[in-house]
Design a protein around this ligand. Structure first.
Ligand code: SAH
Length: 232
């Protein structure tokens, strides 16, 4: 049962590759896929690339070419709901594209021809991921709920406030999750995602982003993926 581990950032992928004893590089669709073992499990590790289309392509290749049986995503996101703070972790239970609007033909946010505006994460896999966060990072606050995705790095207080009032249930905003969730829905492949909150998607969002990735997020990802695979 091969698990895909999809990372958003180079630093996160590098942390995983340093723990793989036998990774073999395979190139497809211009991406490097690393096939091997991690904590004794068969895995394919890959960078998602940034944005919905890039992430959807990566997910499709993982399923079609590498026949992965489940996809786990680790990355960072901006906190939206008031209690979701920098350094907290969000495990998604559903995903919505906040920049999808085919109204008036379809209701705002609805994915045309699917009849829904959100795709669920796999409940079993998400539960395992949440447990992995708790065992790897017992002092970190974990939230579970809706994550919204769009092709924008949200970095103004004005846009963040607008998103919060339009989508009050959204815990966090990022740029890939809803796209991968839709691909996984199409193929019937279980998907779960964990995001460390790197910023509050506000006027200060650019500030310490890169430092946070290096010093916190990549360490968290490796610890969470480790606990997840050891328990699997
Ligand atoms: N400055 C970074 C930009 C990365 S884009 C760089 O040079 O690499 C941001 C990435 O983090 C995306 O993969 C997205 O999923 C996530 N992310 C973190 N905070 C975000 C925010 N406020 N809005 C949108 N995406 C965010």
């Amino acid at each position: 049962m091969t698990t895909a581990i999809v990372s958003a950032m180079h630093e996160e992928l590098a942390a995983l590759l340093s723990l793989m004893p036998d990774e073999a590089r395979q190139v497809a669709a211009g991406r490097e896929f690393w096939v091997g073992h991690l904590h004794g499990q068969e895995v394919v590790a890959v960078l998602s690339r940034i944005g919905k289309v890039a992430a959807a392509t990566t997910a499709t290749v993982l399923i079609e070419r590498f026949a992965v049986k489940r996809i786990v995503f680790t990355g960072v996101a901006g906190g939206l709901a008031p209690g979701v703070k920098v350094g907290d972790v969000v495990v998604a239970d559903s995903f919505l594209q906040h920049d999808l609007d085919a109204s008036p033909i379809f209701p705002k946010y609805q994915v045309p021809l699917y009849g829904v505006d959100r795709f669920p994460a796999d409940p079993g896999l998400s539960g395992q991921l949440a447990q992995a966060v708790q065992s790897a990072l017992p002092d970190v606050r974990v939230h579970r709920g809706m994550v919204v995705s769009g092709d924008r790095f949200v970095s103004t207080t004005q846009e963040s406030k607008a998103l919060q009032s339009a989508l009050p249930r959204a815990l966090a905003v990022e740029m890939e999750g809803a796209a991968i969730a839709q691909v996984c829905h199409d193929y019937g492949v279980p998907f779960a995602a964990v995001r460390t909150i790197s910023d509050r998607a506000d006027d200060a969002a650019h500030g310490d982003f890169n430092r946070f990735i290096r010093e916190v997020a990549s360490r968290y990802s490796a610890a969470i993926v480790g606990a997840f695979l050891r328990a699997a």
